[in-house]
Design a protein around this ligand. Sequence first.
Ligand code: NAI
Length: 332
Amino acid sequence: MRTITLINGDGIGPEISDAVVKIIDASGLKIDWEVQSAGADVMEQEGDPLPDRVSESVKKNKIALKAPVTTPVGKGFRSVNVRLRKELDLYANLRPCKSLPNVKTRFENVDLAVVRENTEDLYAGIERQVDNSTAESIKVITRSASERICKFAFDYAIKNNRKEVCAVTKANIMKLSDGLFLDSFRNVAKLYPEIKQREILVDNLCMQLVQNPNQFDVLVLPNLYGDIVSDLCAGLIGGLGVAQGANIGDNCAVFEPVHGSAPDIKGQNKANPTALLLSAIEMLGYIGETSYAKRIETALFKTFEQQKFTCDLGGNLSTTEFTDAVIKNLRT
Ligand code: NAI
């Protein structure tokens, strides 16, 4: 039996984690979940919101499913999410965005994947106050990190039967930093002649995405553009309740939804478990459990086809009712 770390988070985290564990269990796949709590409550009990035991568990098991963890705004501890990504060198942020049956959005049949570099760019946190009226942030782009993320994007394309990888930059203006990212992309692309390559400027990409998202397949972007564009793409498929994600490194991978801990609906049995479930489905595919991944996805899509939704998608089902509906569809 495979052991997987489960970081069940806080806010709505425990509710949606319970739902997803129940659904996977009902599929017949046996997983030994190693539950690791993290976040504000753990900070109170153990003096650290991300005790070493959490990353040790992920390092040992190599795979984790993670529900959201609250980060206090402007005070308190550093983001558990950012720390975990740093400690485990999870350099690739992957967000597959695929239209879901009956989930009303502006476009149909969106099916693209955003691959975002997770470790550098303006998010390296190198900032200084020059004087009272001037501040500087330094944008760091390295060849090694750029080649690594571009390779990840092409390997993902091959593994998932995708046809094209498109590099997104602003290399016309930031000729050195984004220019280096683009040059790295071109070098890596030569190793993958079977995959089409494309280049686009980030401003044009945004305009094209909201007019005709179906033209895109895999996008690879430096950190800041990736952060913004991946939320735009989440909006194309129905928003936060259905947006899945993963943070992947060479040694470990953490699968997690895009959304946060939603304190406004905590404990109300209202949260949509779909984003965490889709992240879990991606995780099962990643570890080679493709038949279980497909079965669970089919049951989820069938639930949507039956017009069964939680309230964030205009339905009236509670978290537990929606979970039971997916489980019923797994069994029929
Ligand atoms: P949020 O994503 O938690 O919530 C934004 C809105 O979307 C809220 O109205 C919420 O009710 C709704 N929502 C989110 N997920 C939902 C779901 N599964 N089903 C139904 N409705 C859902 O963003 P917010 O409020 O900005 O952040 C809350 C906390 O989460 C913060 O402390 C933030 O730092 C943390 N956070 C954690 C993340 C992680 O652990 N990966 C990611 C993003 C935020």
